[in-house]
Write a protein that binds this ligand. Structure first.
Ligand code: SAH
Ligand code: SF4
Length: 421
């Protein structure tokens, strides 16, 4: 969706025309310009040619039908992934903010793929639009069962090549607002929670670091949140960041109602630097300081994501270190078992480094594995006994390799065209 082109075309029209066009796209979910009957015919003809509404994607779905991944093909032929998770009658879309990511976290498949480019606001919104159209066309009986392609162009099983940070599982319901004090109030007038045929939540936990593409992410959120457009409540939108300080500061001012999650993954800088090179620029002390500032300014709960990697960051001692670090009543922790499809490439590279490899269990040359459930439980107990709220999320669809990034193997992939321009 090329929003810049759309806006350019409407520069010479009366201002209300652009509003009509945007409403047709994002509220009425039209897929062909002919349906935008409020617009004059000549304009529709021009739009057909210059701003096609089609979104082309390959869909793959987990065996339990709860998780579907769309590999969306962009105008320049780059590809990105947007995942739909259906859980307890709610539909959560996990969107990407960049193609690839420059930050190179060792456990993350996107990080290992490197950085290709930022996504435009239109490309970010198109990921939600794709699934919004899809849900509209798939009545509840379908959407509760196995996800179905809209139009089958290519039916055979095929492997999607690009990998996606496999994660959040689970974050389906882990938005900070889910346990926020004001959540009750939110639920009472929550127009999103009842409709199983629409997108209820959006999480920026796909490919890329949202705060390295702040302006476009902010622009996209305005469209997602606008009542006259996609109408997704601010408290149903979450951004996950590695802890880009400037981004957190801007977010507290620009969009305080959006949920914030910070990827922590280690209780000390030495380990965090090994896992996430960006820690050198934004160390824990600075992140905790800005996080405290954020909750003081917004009075919002703040989620820290902590992926549990066996023998690396999951000891009881590390849980105690984490307790000391997170001393704010509005902080809470989401523990997520590491998804081993993450960063295998760097592990192999590290294997050449024999001295370091022998040094400690923390050496990634050993390979990264998810923590054992009993270990996660002990870790969680320590946090909770110290008064820190902790959630434990399992990988959604784990049993069927349905977590993001693992969807493609052994199941149907169908090429779907959303819109027909
Ligand atoms: N760049 C942002 C948002 C995208 S990543 C960030 O890093 O926060 C979203 C979440 O998925 C992050 O918490 C990230 O650490 C996590 N993640 C990445 N690879 C993972 C893996 N292999 N297993 C589990 N979580 C993973
Ligand atoms: Fe980028 Fe997030 Fe992956 Fe790190 S975890 S490489 S910041 S997408």
């Amino acid at each position: 969706m090329n929003l810049e082109k759309l806006e350019k075309i409407f520069e010479s029209e009366k201002p209300f025309r652009l509003k009509q066009a945007k409403q047709a796209i994002f509220r009425d979910l039209i897929e062909v310009w002919d349906e935008a009957t409020t617009l004059p015919l000549v304009l529709r003809e021009q739009l057909k040619k210059e701003v096609p509404l089609s979104i082309e994607a390959e869909i793959s779905t987990s065996a339990d039908g709860k998780t579907s991944k769309a590999l969306i093909c962009l105008e320049d032929k780059e590809e990105l992934e947007a995942v739909l998770m259906r859980h307890d009658g709610r539909n959560t879309v996990c969107v990407s903010s960049q193609v690839g990511c420059p930050l190179g976290c060792v456990f993350c498949a996107t990080g290992q793929m490197g950085f290709i480019r930022d996504l435009t606001a239109g490309e970010i919104v198109a990921q939600v639009l794709f699934w919004a159209r899809w849900l509209k066309k798939n009545p509840p009986s379908h959407s509760e069962g196995e996800a179905r392609p809209l139009r089958l162009v290519e039916g055979e099983a095929r492997r999607i090549s690009r990998s996606f940070p496999p994660r959040l599982a689970l974050l389906v319901d882990a938005r900070p607002g889910a346990i926020a004090q004001d959540d009750k109030k939110e639920k009472q007038n929550d127009k999103n929670s009842v409709n199983v045929n629409r997108v209820n939540n959006v999480v920026f936990m796909g490919m890329g670091e949202p705060f390295l593409n702040y302006d476009n992410v902010f622009e996209a959120i305005k469209i997602l949140n606008d009542d006259n457009l996609l109408g997704i409540g601010a408290r149903h939108i979450s951004i996950s960041t590695v802890g880009i300080i400037e981004g957190i500061e801007r977010m507290a001012l620009d969009m305080p109602q959006i949920n914030l999650a910070i990827s922590l993954h280690a209780p000390d800088d030495a380990l965090r630097q090994k896992l996430m090179p960006i820690d050198k620029k934004y160390p824990l002390e600075a992140i905790i300081a800005v996080a405290k500032d954020y909750v003081a300014k917004t009075n919002r709960k703040l989620m820290f994501e902590y992926i549990m990697i066996r023998g690396v960051n999951d000891s009881q001692e590390q849980a105690r270190q984490l307790v000391n670090l997170l001393d704010d009543r509005l902080f809470f922790v989401n523990l997520i078992a590491y998804n081993p499809t993450g960063g295998l490439a760097p592990l192999q590279n590290l294997q050449n480094n024999h001295d370091e490899a022998k040094e400690s269990k923390k050496d990634f040359a050993m390979g990264l594995e998810p923590s054992l459930p009993a270990q996660i439980k002990k870790f969680k107990d320590i946090l909770e006994k110290s008064g820190i709220q902790a959630l434990q999320r399992y990988r959604f669809g784990q049993d069927v390799r349905g977590a993001c990034g693992q969807l493609a193997s052994s199941r149907k992939v169908a090429k779907v065209m959303n819109g027909d321009n």
